[in-house]
Design a binder for this molecule. Sequence first.
Ligand SMILES: *[C@@H]1O[C@H](CO)[C@@H](O)[C@H](O)[C@H]1NC(C)=O
Ligand SMILES: *[C@@H]1O[C@H](CO)[C@@H](O)[C@H](O)[C@H]1NC(C)=O
Ligand SMILES: *[C@@H]1O[C@H](CO)[C@@H](O)[C@H](O)[C@H]1NC(C)=O
Ligand SMILES: *[C@@H]1O[C@H](CO)[C@@H](O)[C@H](O)[C@H]1NC(C)=O
Ligand SMILES: *[C@@H]1O[C@H](CO)[C@@H](O)[C@H](O)[C@H]1NC(C)=O
Ligand SMILES: *[C@@H]1O[C@H](CO)[C@@H](O)[C@H](O)[C@H]1NC(C)=O
Ligand SMILES: *[C@@H]1O[C@H](CO)[C@@H](O)[C@H](O)[C@H]1NC(C)=O
Ligand SMILES: *[C@@H]1O[C@H](CO)[C@@H](O)[C@H](O)[C@H]1NC(C)=O
Length: 483
Amino acid sequence: MAFVVRITICVLLLFALCGQCFMKVVVNVHRMKIAQHIGPKYVGVTIDSGAIKEHWGTIDFKSPKFLTLAKGLAPNFLRVGGTECDFLIFNETTTAMDGSTDKAPRPNFTMTVAEWDQLNNFVSEVGWDLIFDLNVFLRKDGHWDPTNAIELLKYTIEKGYRLTGFELGNELDVFPDSPINSTEVAPDFAQLKQLLLSMPELAPFFILGTDVGSVGSTSITFMTEFFEAGGGASIDVATFHHYYMASDRATVEKFHNATVLESLRPHLINVTNLCKRFIPTKQVWLGETSSSYGGGAHEISDRYVASYLWLDKLGLSSVLGIQGVLRQTFYGGNYGLININLDPNPDYWLTVLFKRLVASPVFTVPQPPNPDLRIYAHCTNTNSSMGYTAGSVTLYLLNLGNTTVPIDVADMVNKTHHIYMFSPGDDSGLTSKSIKLNGVVLALANDNELPPLKPVIGQGNIQVEAYNMGYIVFPGAMRHECV
Ligand SMILES: *[C@@H]1O[C@H](CO)[C@@H](O)[C@H](O)[C@H]1NC(C)=O
Ligand SMILES: *[C@@H]1O[C@H](CO)[C@@H](O)[C@H](O)[C@H]1NC(C)=O
Ligand SMILES: *[C@@H]1O[C@H](CO)[C@@H](O)[C@H](O)[C@H]1NC(C)=O
Ligand SMILES: *[C@@H]1O[C@H](CO)[C@@H](O)[C@H](O)[C@H]1NC(C)=O
Ligand SMILES: *[C@@H]1O[C@H](CO)[C@@H](O)[C@H](O)[C@H]1NC(C)=O
Ligand SMILES: *[C@@H]1O[C@H](CO)[C@@H](O)[C@H](O)[C@H]1NC(C)=O
Ligand SMILES: *[C@@H]1O[C@H](CO)[C@@H](O)[C@H](O)[C@H]1NC(C)=O
Ligand SMILES: *[C@@H]1O[C@H](CO)[C@@H](O)[C@H](O)[C@H]1NC(C)=O
């Protein structure tokens, strides 16, 4: 009896003395297994169709700063879509800058030739690929009426513009009193595919759908019915949308809470499982996604703390088999990557470095025992201005908590590492508008180029300070899959 008691005390003592040992984060780069593959344009952005209704509002496609920030994200998909796409009517003959004059809650509005030209010239100048969401509410005899789309496509071909992807409608699963349901939209997609194939000048293109908006059973049911009605044959990429919460319920605390971050996981698993069943050879994308819906949360979605939701979403999605993530938005709302003054929000810088440093394949990293630390790993991008070579591995990690977390880099301890660590830009901490990279606030020095984004080069174990997040590249990792 005394013996058992003594052992128990010993074990308890061990735990008491070594609480930290059990929280220790160890990463073994050579033991990580490949989880998934992603493409070179995994991260894209959106601009809401609502901006066209406002005749592009405050967007100035000629602004050198706007162009510089956009070029910083190339290669990149731009999806122009959203609720207003189903009220947009292209009009080749009018130059009227005012949309419709009717007083309906959601009036139809006109996209003029000039507005379409501005968008196409912009994507071509900055090297982006355009995905455009067509109006599915234009109908005839219970089917989609493609007349207006044909007018737009003919004009597009005539001008030599290049569209990469097409969508049809937006979030029909949550649109109040939607005039079209899941089974009806399936033949509409087949019609779209036929139409696009009938215009050889448009090739190659891909079709994305159905851009369901709810998180949970409503979107799963909608997608299932769409697939059962044969819709899967007409799409190349299955798309769904995700926001963690409504903007009016957002708090700073929720934006760095592991439970909130984890809430994405079951949704990703459910959608990818469904797609594996119906369209096993096709890609699945988060076709529109951000921190909180309804424009993003004021003084939260545009602040440092929002970067937790963004970086974690990129990581979790890549590990679970999502092949594209389109960020709502590049410009517009509190969740824009750049704000109304064309100053980059923290998420912009995070995205630029993600694109430059992170590539395919994606590795599985066991979730560390310390729930405040989240880690992802991929092969390093060897085709960016950063100049990394084959074999390099990039880790990215987020410290949600207020204490420093040491990382034991195990088999990389004697190899050089390049650290790109982000921290809040000023004393407002998690709600700071700016962001520091390796201790220096990031800002454009001039309108024509991004500042250099340089690593701190070192060796040995790594300390991730409170509320920091960032990338660590091991140029000498020599993972043969990373070519
Ligand atoms: C375009 O606008 C003109 C002038 O307002 C109008 O007559 C025409 O019906 C419109 N076309 C479409 C496709 O809406
Ligand atoms: C918008 O256009 C659609 C399709 O032509 C039409 O059914 C609908 O009534 C229009 N909406 C308004 C508010 O005029
Ligand atoms: C969609 O509407 C059509 C026509 O009203 C109907 O036949 C079909 O059952 C509906 N589909 C679903 C999934 O409700
Ligand atoms: C995922 O599917 C499971 C099993 O059907 C269900 O219990 C769960 O609520 C779903 N979660 C989400 C977020 O859709
Ligand atoms: C995180 O969110 C969960 C669920 O909303 C809540 O139960 C938990 O208390 C939160 N954690 C912290 C540290 O506030
Ligand atoms: C490297 O990047 C350039 C510029 O984005 C692109 O044109 C090229 O296809 C890429 N090469 C490879 C091998 O991915
Ligand atoms: C650190 O965060 C924990 C909750 O995660 C909280 O209980 C504690 O007061 C915080 N400490 C400081 C110094 O802010
Ligand atoms: C790192 O170098 C030290 C000293 O040379 C050596 O003892 C250790 O085994 C090396 N660790 C690894 C993981 O290579």
